[in-house]
Ligand binder design. Structure first.
Ligand SMILES: *Cc1c(COP(=O)(O)O)cnc(C)c1O
Length: 398
């Protein structure tokens, strides 16, 4: 299928630009800069150099032999985004957008963050490129993710507590948008997933598509074929979009996105927009699938993994879902925890709880697939950040 946005920023019925008038010009400026950068060889060379020497790319493709043997079915392969600098795929987008900010002559970057992974990635590249950096973070998230606040501050970023609404990611995005409107001449807003008004979903997917491009040829080299199934977790949807983008045109490769099933089906118990009763609506500048009540009020969400705890999903995923090209399912907190343990024990790889959702789904379907079938899992991040949360959930810590 054909993918990507049309000229107005729509993915079929989804996407678009639902923002106050004051943001229309900066969004248009951003789109022009991005289109220019994409054709600019110097920009491409600089990005490639930093991906290699700073972010640690290419990340390896790893064959999980012991995990596959334990499950007794399809072979499982892991794309090791957990080995990226700062511990997740978030650096791919942060690096690209920070270079774009410099190209646009901006001296300051701002970002929103939930768990802090995106904030850390942006603070990191801001230090690298000498940009002033401010990160908006809900006070509730700051309390839960203190080590990430310390990391950002150590690298010279100012972390601004957001005390409105639910004091989490959704409110931090609102504050970041407000800052951007006020300071747009000097400031670029580094949005962290394939969300928000056009051109953000397009830009973030482009910078994350390095995952898919690399693994497509790595997989070819190691197996001479294509995977039968590609699995990725879906918070906003950037790591999934990054790996899926290379396989979308290959219709015989099945693509599955895994949402956060949380601890139940009720409102506020999960963050499954497609697989858990969401519907289309507008949030943060884009028309896409959301968790909302009958009056269009955004519902609270829950996931054991902070990176998937968000009420909306990127508009391109909504298009892929409607077209039947990608299927979306959910995995519960408990199933993700089990996979977190299983991968640690069988392979010596501690996955991020987000990534553990994708591993859990692969572990569910592998046993019923033939031994010669191949499942490719995007391991979006490492789990060191989650040890404390896991101990707390399992009652071993306060
Ligand atoms: C932020 C994050 C996610 C979720 O974000 P996407 O945009 O859906 O990729 C998944 N995994 C890790 C490790 C993260 O830090």
């Amino acid at each position: 299928m054909k993918t990507g946005p049309d000229r107005r920023g729509y993915y079929g019925a989804y996407g678009g630009v639902f923002v106050p008038e004051t943001l229309m010009a900066p969004l248009a400026e951003l789109e022009r800069a991005f289109v220019r950068a994409r054709k600019d060889r110097t920009f491409g060379a600089r990005l490639a150099e930093l991906q290699a020497t700073f972010a640690g790319r290419p990340t390896p493709l790893f064959r999980a032999r012991r995990l596959s043997a334990r499950l007794g079915g399809a072979q499982i392969w892991l794309k090791r985004e957990d080995l990226c600098h700062t511990g997740s795929h978030k650096i791919n987008n942060a690096l690209g957008q920070a270079l774009l900010a410099r190209q646009m002559g901006k001296s300051r970057v701002i970002a929103e963050t939930g768990a802090g992974q995106h904030g850390v990635a942006v603070a990191t590249v801001a230090a690298l490129l000498g940009l002033e950096c401010r990160v908006y973070m809900g006070v509730e998230d700051m309390r839960r993710q203190r080590p990430n606040v310390d990391r950002m501050e150590l690298m010279g970023a100012e972390v601004v507590p957001v005390d409105s609404g639910s004091r989490t990611l959704k409110d931090a995005i609102n504050e970041a948008l407000r800052d951007w409107v006020t300071n747009v001449r000097t400031t670029h807003y580094v949005l962290g997933s394939v969300l928000g008004p056009h051109p953000f979903p397009m830009i973030v997917r482009e910078f994350q598509s390095v995952i898919g491009q690399e693994v497509f040829s790595q997989f070819r080299k190691q197996t001479r074929g294509l995977p039968d199934l590609v699995v990725a977790c879906v918070g906003g949807g950037s790591n999934a979009a990054g790996i899926f983008s290379a396989f979308i045109a290959h219709e015989r490769v099945r693509l599955v996105g895994v949402e956060a099933g949380g601890r139940g089906e009720g409102a506020g118990e999960h963050a499954a927009r497609f697989a858990g009763g969401g519907s289309p609506g507008v949030l943060h500048g884009t028309y896409t699938w959301l968790l909302q009540d009958a009056h269009g009020q955004i519902q609270p969400t829950h996931s054991i993994s902070a990176g998937m705890d968000y009420p909306a999903v990127g508009p391109e995923h909504a298009m892929w879902r409607d077209a039947g090209r990608v299927s979306y399912t959910k995995v519960s907190d408990a199933e993700a925890l089990e996979a977190f343990r299983m991968l640690s024990e069988t392979e010596g790889i501690i996955p991020a709880l987000e990534s553990a959702h994708a591993v859990a789904y692969a572990a569910q379907v592998a046993p019923a697939m033939p031994l010669k079938a191949n499942i490719l899992v995007n391991l979006s991040g490492r789990g060191d950040k989650d040890l404390e949360e896991v101990a707390r959930v399992e009652g071993r810590a306060p």
